[in-house]
Design a protein around this ligand. Structure first.
Ligand SMILES: CC(C)(COP(=O)(O)OP(=O)(O)OC[C@H]1O[C@@H](n2cnc3c(N)ncnc32)[C@H](O)[C@@H]1OP(=O)(O)O)[C@@H](O)C(=O)NCCC(=O)NCCS
Length: 83
């Protein structure tokens, strides 16, 4: 995302809209997200929308500077509707 717009709550708002669409319109039971463990902003967004950290997947993604770990987060439909 354009750095000029970081920290304004936009990613959190988009994540909440996508989650709401997934659970309310598409009737998903579970949603998951992954992120770079070094990306504190992304981690914070996933926490703010109520996702639970399930663990760390080791070297699951090959990027330009080598293999990268990913954090795995998830959210279940009843957790979302209880919120
Ligand atoms: C990560 C990213 C998508 C978040 O988007 P955003 O619109 O800035 O996110 P929000 O404003 O909704 O929330 C960001 C939260 O992270 C926090 N945060 C951001 N950088 C942080 C850091 N280095 N350490 C701790 N918290 C941080 C903010 O304070 C905010 O939390 P708060 O509301 O409790 O204060 C955006 O910052 C970005 O594009 N970053 C660079 C590219 C990137 O890393 N993309 C993801 C690739 S997987």
């Amino acid at each position: 995302m354009n750095p000029d717009y970081w920290g304004m709550g936009l990613a959190t708002e988009v994540a909440n809209l996508l989650i709401s669409f997934g659970f309310s319109q598409l009737n998903f039971h579970r949603l998951y997200a992954t992120c770079d463990p070094r990306n504190c902003g992304s981690i914070r967004v996933l926490e703010k929308v109520g996702m639970t950290k399930e663990g760390r997947m080791r070297e699951d993604l090959l990027i330009k500077d080598g293999w990268r770990d990913s954090l795995l987060y998830s959210l279940l439909d009843h957790e979302w509707f209880e919120k």
